[in-house]
Design a protein around this ligand. Structure first.
Ligand code: B4P
Length: 199
């Protein structure tokens, strides 16, 4: 199994790059943002609770997202590998993910951290807000709260994986194709190393 985390602030292109990566590498895409938005659309109790946090630009409580990821891992036993998009976002989520993957006798191969300036993030999200219908993209105040949540609670998660030498920083500004090429090159290097160790 080859498991990847795509990490970065809101609007850094995690969702955008995930779409390309899953089709190239046959990974199962697990986006907590997408899972939460589909719960909101279905108006489930979980979705109604999550919406309160998301509309304020806050993170949804750990137990909610960890439960969702645990179910998603259980319901995809045939996956060749997972691409985690927007998860983990706190140290508690990172620890829970490690435990869940250990139960499946696997682990995270690499975390790609997309680096994008704050001005560019705000520009992208306001731009998306004009057409996405996402309530968390329409106001600059909410977007700034999301970036603040990222700085306070999510950024330290990279230090958790740095301890295991698993973090690669990728310049997240440039065209979507250029960034995809950087990511693909790094994946190819790691896949070759894993194959060499196995054979
Ligand atoms: P997410 O759905 O994860 O989304 P995101 O952080 O807004 O954006 P992403 O980085 O995926 O950006 P995208 O590619 O779309 O989170 C939403 C909310 O859900 C969170 O705020 C939180 O409340 C909740 N949540 C999710 N996971 C959670 C967790 N684990 N714990 C707690 N709460 C959680 O790109 C953005 C825009 O930029 C797009 O319009 C795109 O077209 C554009 N773009 C992308 N790449 C570009 C490029 N290279 N150049 C120019 N524009 C680009």
């Amino acid at each position: 199994m080859f498991n990847i985390i795509l990490f970065g602030p809101p609007g850094s292109g995690k969702g955008t790059q995930s779409a390309n990566l899953i089709s190239k590498y046959g990974l199962k895409h697990l986006s907590t943002g997408d899972l939460l938005r589909s719960e909101i659309t279905l108006q489930t109790p979980l979705g109604i609770e999550a919406k309160n946090f998301m509309d304020k630009g806050q993170l949804v409580p750990d137990e909610v997202v960890i439960g969702m990821i645990s179910t998603a891992l259980e319901t995809n036993p045939e996956a060749q590998g997972f691409l985690f998009d927007g998860f983990p976002r706190t140290d508690a989520q990172a620890e829970a993910l490690d435990k869940l993957l250990t139960l499946k006798k696997t682990s995270i191969a690499v975390m790609f951290a997309l680096d994008v300036s704050e001005d560019e993030l705000i520009k992208r999200l306001l731009n998306r807000g004009q057409s996405s219908g996402r309530s968390d993209d329409v106001s600059e105040n909410i977007i700034r709260s999301r970036i603040q949540e990222y700085e306070n609670k999510t950024k330290p998660v990279a230090d958790y994986y740095k301890r295991f030498n698993k973090v690669i920083h990728i310049k997240g500004e440039g065209t979507v194709n250029e960034i995809f090429e950087f990511l693909s090159n790094e994946i190819e290097k790691r896949k070759e190393k894993i194959q060499a160790t196995v054979s």
